[in-house]
Ligand binder design. Structure first.
Ligand code: PMP
Ligand code: GLU
Length: 402
């Protein structure tokens, strides 16, 4: 007798959406595997290889037999290097015991949500948000409370809006700066205003996701946790995937109050036992090395951003902000809703992304999964040639929609 998945799967799994970024990336791959020349600007992944010195550090670690379990929250060497980085670059004073290294920043966020949220607890998620925040909150038993800002507000909900969303049930606030998907960067003043609102609330912890810290084109990066009144109210999440082009190494980390680090350690001890030993050895070297390679990648991303923005501005009806960080363009395409090429009518952002994939062979992700119904996200972590060609294809295809 075979099992009925509908009876077998837990409600928390059934109500969970598949990751839209990963789903669209797979759709683009599927189309490409049929021999179609697809340009996939779906996944948020640097197209650069991991810098050579980091790979060499991993080879060395493997050769030395660094192939065993590490302490659950990460090796002391890596946690010390992270603690020094936090102090030097972010003005954050977390000792190594307050740091937990995980299998990606994604797991750091999941550890925190599972540690803090219980049934009925609310987590304020600033929209547009990274696709996994709302799903991880729900999976942890909490309720996402979405606070949004549109392109006219540079996609940054202000402190007043956050204040209005706080309730006695609020346990968390989650956002990323630089932001995935909008590329927006919160200024020091904007962060200070948020800090002042949160400091007055008795139960709200903040997850400040700073994974795009090194891909910030204009401002000095500011960590929310560095404000005096936020010292024990913030979990600072960061990782190696983006700035160091280490997505496949699966390494992220959090720094936060001792009670929270202890909780994440406990969750992780039961779920994964920690991150890979040789990834951690290489990441320790990455943090201690000069930032030459990181800066070179940032420079390339900036050139690509400007190239792509210039090309997209040639397409009528698309609204753009100036993304100051990360490697995404989050564009408002709502003026195309209701337009048709005779065969296909674009009703919403999902249709727009789907149609651009099937008709223009350019992969992107609908804004709906990021909590914004008017926009789509393009990742410009791709070659100049691909970006120019993608923009040309979009222009040609969109011209046929009236
Ligand atoms: N936060 C944000 C905002 C991201 O874009 C990503 C990218 N996937 C992550 C967290 C997770 O990164 P990773 O698990 O690869 O460290
Ligand atoms: N964070 C990346 C993105 O937004 C990678 C995919 C994922 O983990 O969702 O595309």
């Amino acid at each position: 007798m075979s099992l009925d998945p509908n009876k077998m799967l837990a409600p928390r799994l059934q109500s969970m959406e598949e990751s839209a970024t990963i789903k669209m990336a797979q759709k683009a791959r599927d189309l490409a595997s049929k021999g179609i020349n697809v340009i996939s600007l779906t996944l948020g992944e640097p197209d650069f290889d991991t810098p050579e010195f980091i790979k060499n550090a991993a080879y060395e670690a493997l050769k030395k037999g660094d192939t065993k379990y590490t302490p659950v929250p990460g090796t002391l060497a890596l946690r010390k290097a992270i603690s020094e980085k936090f102090l030097k670059e972010n003005n954050l004073d977390y000792n190594p015991a307050q740091i937990v290294v995980s299998n990606g920043a994604k797991q750091s966020i999941a550890n925190i949500c599972m540690s803090v949220l219980g049934p009925g607890d609310e987590a304020i998620v600033l929209a547009p948000y990274w696709v996994s925040y709302a799903e991880i909150v729900r999976f942890s038993g909490g309720i996402p409370v979405i606070v949004s800002a549109g392109i006219d507000e540079d996609f940054k909900p202000d402190a007043q809006k956050i204040k209005e969303a706080l309730s006695p049930k609020t346990k968390l606030l989650i956002f990323s700066s630089p932001c995935n998907p909008s590329g927006s960067v919160w200024s020091e003043k904007e962060l200070k205003d948020i800090a002042d609102v949160i400091a007055d609330h008795p139960t709200c912890l903040v997850i400040s996701d700073e994974i795009y810290e090194y891909i910030n084109f204009e401002d000095q990066h500011v960590s929310l946790g560095s404000f005096e009144n936020m010292k024990d109210r913030v979990a600072t999440v960061n990782g190696f995937s983006k700035g160091f082009a280490m997505t496949g190494w699966r390494l992220g980390y959090m720094g936060g109050p001792q009670w929270l680090a202890d909780a994440c350690n406990k969750v992780q001890g039961q779920i994964t036992s920690g991150a890979a030993s040789f990834s951690q050895a290489a990441a320790t070297v990455a943090l201690q090395h000069s930032k030459e390679e990181v800066l070179a990648m940032k420079k390339a991303f900036l050139e690509r951003r400007d190239l792509m923005l210039t090309a997209l501005k040639e397409i009528p009806g698309i609204l753009l902000n100036l993304p100051k960080g990360a490697f995404y363009i989050f564009m408002d395409v709502s003026s195309y809703f209701g337009k048709t090429n005779g065969d296909i009518t674009i009703q919403d952002a999902d249709d727009f992304a789907e149609t651009m994939l099937t008709e223009a062979h350019v992969g992107m992700v609908s804004g709906i999964a990021f909590g914004d119904h008017k926009c789509v996200r393009l990742s410009y972590a791709a070659s100049n040639e691909h970006l120019i060609e993608a923009a040309k294809r979009l222009k040609n295809t969109l011209e046929t929609f009236k």
